[in-house]
Design a binder for this molecule. Structure first.
Ligand code: PMP
Length: 445
């Protein structure tokens, strides 16, 4: 038992961080770690950036905090305009928050209030995917499909209708196209059975995050969901808390697929680990209806404060100035090739999937049958521990429902250069070689 008053999670004591620079962190004992997962897929520009610090200090010297109902502030207006521009004007309105969960919570409430304002109060339920992760506050948890997080709160959350998404690794349909067709037909049937007229919105991550090991959707599926939303008169909310602000090589992941949402959430990479800032982007007619009905009945104290928004602006400027979207595409290709080469050596790396610099590796006991490792073995935790011993941070999880299995994410900062990416792959290879010795040892699974 630790003597620290902190209680984030059960598990072994953690090393104390000393300092960080670029894609590296050092602990109190001088051990070096390559940040292969950008913390929690948030430190997208790496650590110790003087340009972001300078922008923050300049704002601190002017004014750190003002409350949104008392003053307009220039950084908030500029950041809102910049975000709208990143959607090519498809989403015209912006509401700032301080975290991903707050962004999702705000989007859900905005969508509900839109229907109350427009005479459809009977719409009171959301649809989302299982598995999925949309945040830890009660509303966001209600649309989250991840059993361990849901269980203690099942009786007190307003649970969404959960439907499975496509599973391009394990499906047994004739091909991917017929798989998507079948999943869409089943989704339609589930919504019809639940009453389409009661649905507020479909919520989904365009590329899955931690709870799904970077589960990929595809254009046909997203087009199909967009069409279902249009037909049933509900909204489409894309949760880009993790995928937004360049992670997949475009500003937002939906731009790979040409399917535009009605509401979009973003957070993590917007503050890039330097300050908490997130946003909901929305189509104008939704916001107008809500504002005309008396305003959005929602808000958080720190939302859109000048320091948060100045940080976000500096982050966007750095991504543009350093052409990081191109870097993501180029390094992403090398990361994909590197991971697939490792998969050829270690077949228990059952599936390697992703986009840009968001890659997931699923570990399986039997690659032929795609059978997961027994849950009790905690291979995802073992893999993470081995990687850490080799000086590499990765982001692990075990999915318990829907897509079963152990996986880890490799999501380095968007700034990673060619040399550091080779170091990442070399450290990963050493960790995988050690895990290989364990999982293929006589008597192992
Ligand atoms: N949505 C998605 C897709 C996420 O990945 C996360 C965080 N992992 C959240 C919402 C919640 O964000 P936060 O932890 O900042 O509340």
């Amino acid at each position: 038992m630790t003597t620290s008053p902190l209680f984030y999670q059960a598990g072994p004591a953690l090393p104390e961080v000393s300092h960080a620079d670029g894609v590296y962190l050092w602990d109190e004992h001088g051990n070096e770690y390559l940040d292969g997962c950008s913390g929690a897929i948030a430190c997208n520009l790496g650590h110790g950036r003087t340009d972001i610090r300078d922008a923050m200090v300049a704002q601190l010297d002017r004014v750190a905090f003002t409350y949104r109902t008392q003053f307009e502030n220039a950084p908030a207006v500029a950041l809102a305009e910049a975000l709208v521009e990143l959607t090519d004007g498809a989403l015209e309105k912006v509401f700032f928050v301080s975290s991903g969960s707050e962004a999702v919570e705000s989007a859900l409430k905005l969508a509900r209030q839109y229907f109350v304002a427009t005479g459809q109060p009977q719409r009171r339920r959301f649809v989302s995917l299982r598995p999925s992760y949309h945040g830890s506050t009660l509303g966001a948890l209600g649309v989250t499909g991840y059993q361990p997080l849901e269980a203690p709160f099942a009786d007190i959350t307003s649970a969404s209708l959960k439907v499975p998404g496509p599973d391009f690794y394990r499906h047994t349909d004739a091909d991917d196209a017929s798989h998507v067709e079948r999943v869409l037909a089943e989704t339609r049937a589930a919504i019809e059975a639940a009453d389409p007229g009661a649905i507020i919105a479909f919520v989904l991550e365009p590329v899955g995050g931690a709870s799904t090991g970077a589960r990929m959707l595809d254009r046909r599926y997203l087009e199909g969901i967009r069409a279902l939303c249009d037909e049933f008169g509900c909204l489409l909310i894309l949760d880009e808390v993790l995928t937004g602000i360049g992670r997949t090589g475009t500003w937002f992941a939906y731009q790979h697929y040409g399917v535009t949402p009605d509401l979009l959430t973003t957070a993590k990479g917007l503050g890039a680990g330097y300050y908490p800032v997130g946003a909901v982007l929305a189509r104008e007619h939704i916001v107008n209806a809500v504002m005309e009905s008396g305003g959005f009945q929602h808000g958080h104290t720190y939302a859109g404060n000048p320091l948060a928004c100045a940080t976000g602006l500096a982050v966007l400027e750095a991504i543009r100035r350093e052409r990081l979207l191109a870097n993501v595409a180029e390094r992403g290709r090398r990361l994909e090739a590197g991971l697939k080469a490792l998969q050829a050596r270690f077949p228990w790396m059952g599936d390697v999937r992703g986009l840009g610099l968001l890659w997931g590796v699923e570990l399986v006991a039997d690659p032929r049958t795609r059978t997961p490792f027994p849950a009790a073995e905690n291979q995802f935790a073992r893999m993470t521990a081995l990687a850490k011993e080799e000086g590499l941070l990765i982001y692990p999880r075990r999915t318990l429902d829907g897509l079963a299995g152990d996986h880890f994410l490799v999501t380095p900062p968007l700034t990673i250069d060619a040399q550091d990416l080779e170091i990442l792959l070399a450290r990963l290879e050493r960790a995988l070689t050690r895990l290989d010795a364990e999982v293929t040892a006589p008597g192992a699974t």
